[in-house]
Design a protein around this ligand. Sequence first.
Ligand code: PMP
Length: 452
Amino acid sequence: MSDTQTQQWQAMSRDHHLPPFSDYKTLNARGARIITRADGVYLWDSEGNKILDAMAGLWCVNVGYGREELVEAASRQMRELPYYNLFFQTAHPPALALAKAIAEITPAGMNHVFFTGSGSEANDTVLRMVRHYWAIKGQPEKKVVIGRWNGYHGSTVAGVSLGGMKAMHGQGDLPIPGIEHIDQPYWFGEGGDLDPDAFGVQVAEQLERKILEVGEDKIAAFIAEPIQGAGGVIIPPDSYWPKVREILDRYDILLIADEVICGFGRTGEWFGSDYFGNAPDLMPIAKGLTSGYIPMGGVVVRDEVVQTLNEGGEFYHGFTYSGHPVAAAVALENIRILREERIVERVKAHTAPYLQKRWAELAEHPLVGEARGVGMLGALELVKDKKTRERFTDQGVGMRCRDHCFDNGLVMRAVGDTMIISPPLVISTDEIDELLAKVRRCLDLTAKDMRA
Ligand code: PMP
């Protein structure tokens, strides 16, 4: 019997492809799932299965799949000017129009953007930019950046180093020098007997201890996601961000809010920093900037920082594809859709409250120790004992649940024993009902496995 089309694709993967974040041996034994098309909040695989994508790709397809306007914007721009660079005193209209459009939606006082090709490149850029900034100000010794354990800032050398994923650090001698980490504000996992707010203050105070340990005149910046995404949708207690801000102000340290996931409406505000009322100095962005239709990232920079950069001579940094005209045209059209269809407002007023109400009901499920969420983000903590928060000793409970999801037409991701969602912002209440029904079914199947 000849191979099916799916088997042929799986063979191509095994024979020629090295996919990201994969255990190659396991993947090749099992065969990749091949996704062939998408529309709205749904994907279809090569076997014809329809799957509800509760992760919006990788947290990025904010306007949903199948938006013709984005296709048109790309093809129009490709005909007009498919490529030119922004180096050496040149520019082109799409990048400039996009920079202006971004300034209109970012927090007050953040009016400039440096374009990159991805979120990781955005974080490489912030590391170089904050060190350059302090050097211009005559304080070149201020170059240490403090990040958080289990934070995620990308997969380049700087991204991995700023992030706090220990498994990633373990491959290739990372972090690079000049990066420090403090604990994350993960109350369910690490809060012990403290109430959430007391725990939030306690982990924020670690920032001050780290500053004093390293030397207050040596710290350039603190980097954090407003809500940790890849780490497991970790929403800090209310007490956390105000305490962090107080400490950063006391020691004159820049705040880098990594908005790669939280940006462009994910929390029901334009940026996670708006949700928490934070005023960051730099914001790496990507993902929702183009709704994932084409790669693009950037760093949004506060006016005072720009004023200093203006005095610093040439900044020797940039990418061939910084502000790529086709990507910029798509991003601009994506922002137009988000604004004109009032998608962020609808998330805040209507669909996020509905999702969060239904999501909270999952806390009654015997496997669920906590159901938390903000906007179009959600997490479920799978536990053996709801009262003590004791985990299963079989560490595979999250993976089991994830596999049941895949088999039942749902993409939900597992981070250890934490199940997470981040659906397209355009998901309807009917689709939310379908999502919840599928999650419940998969939790039941997982609970049955765990009893067996
Ligand atoms: N920062 C955050 C907060 C992210 O979630 C990610 C990607 N998941 C990145 C940076 C890296 O972005 P990219 O994969 O586009 O390099």
